[in-house]
Unconditional design. Structure first.
Length: 308
């Protein structure tokens, strides 16, 4: 019992204020199959006298597995009940071949025309992220969306200013050493790479040559609690879902690591985006109408697999 109480308290602490109503079981409908008990990772339900019963409601993470699996609709949790598309189709929505083709079709797009992305399209894109899996069903992915061209241009200017400043700082070995002490070797090496690449882009711009710093019609930034070890996964998977939806809508998108790095290392940019101090930016993506069309699929290197 003591372990159970600890788990319940830990769950409440992890979910940080989410109010979750435990599921309810209609005993008259329950046939005692036990499927809801088997799929409940939070150990909320148990079989008692051949009926499912809610035993530890405060452990519930509202994943909805119990509601989704019950053949009699005896287990109900209002937070997860859907009034539309109540049941999935008789088979997966897409074939494996169609899904594989979608994965291969989606490419990073850095060239956009001036046509704006509509609010309806952006909402549909973020809805795709909403249904991405999160650790312990935290659903803690937060979005900042810039759809106004002036705001997108301001962010671009802020990122470019950060890269310019960083390039100059990285020339100083003492400063580079302090950055390594604070942010770690990997972060600084990546920062130096970005800064050096930015300098090359700047030289191109000064020659009136192609300047491919990708900023489309809109920018989507995802952030979450910095202490959460699952936040990077949660945010990345959500934004990848968003990228697939964007592609299906005929839009192009590209992950912009420069914006992510800049926001996390420059308090001014983070504040400008309205991101809480205790949060970290885990990914950022530009979205727009592509001005080019990729005509062929490309190959990837062979995956290394160790079979056991």
């Amino acid at each position: 019992m003591e372990n159970r109480q600890f788990l319940e308290k830990s769950k409440r602490d992890v979910l940080m204020g989410r109010r979750i109503t435990p599921p309810q079981v209609n005993a008259d409908k329950c046939n005692g199959c036990g499927l809801c008990v088997k799929v409940c990772n939070a150990l909320v339900l148990e079989l008692k006298e051949s009926k499912a019963k809610v035993m530890y409601g405060e452990s519930c993470s509202a994943c909805g597995h119990c509601w989704a699996v019950c053949p009699e609709e005896a287990v109900v949790q209002q937070e997860v009940v859907t009034t539309t598309d109540l049941k999935p189709g008789p088979a997966p929505a897409v074939s494996p071949d169609a899904l594989q083709l979608l994965f291969r079709e989606r490419r990073s797009v850095r060239l956009f025309n001036d046509k704006p992305v509509s609010k309806e399209q952006l909402i549909k894109i973020i809805e795709a992220g909403r249904y991405a899996p999160t650790g312990s069903n935290r659903q803690d992915v937060n979005y900042v969306v810039l759809s106004d061209q002036q705001k997108v241009s301001e962010l671009r200017s802020l990122v470019e200013g950060f890269m310019e400043k960083t390039f100059k700082l990285m020339q100083n070995r003492a400063v580079a050493f302090l950055y390594r002490m604070k942010f770690g070797n990997a972060a600084v090496d990546l920062l130096r790479y970005y800064a050096s690449k930015y300098q090359l882009l700047k030289e191109r711009k000064e020659r009136n040559a192609y300047f491919p710093l990708p900023f489309g019609s809109a920018v989507i930034v995802v952030h979450a609690q910095s202490w959460d070890s699952m936040a990077a996964f949660n945010c990345s998977v959500a934004l990848y879902n968003c990228s697939l939806m964007a592609h299906s809508l005929g839009l192009g998108c590209c992950i912009i690591g420069w914006a992510q790095t800049s926001a996390n290392m420059d308090k001014k940019i983070k504040h400008w985006l309205g991101i809480p101090k205790e949060h970290r930016v885990y990914c950022a993506m530009v979205v727009g109408h592509p001005s080019i069309k990729y005509r062929r699929l490309v190959e990837r290197k062979t995956t290394e697999i160790k079979w056991h």
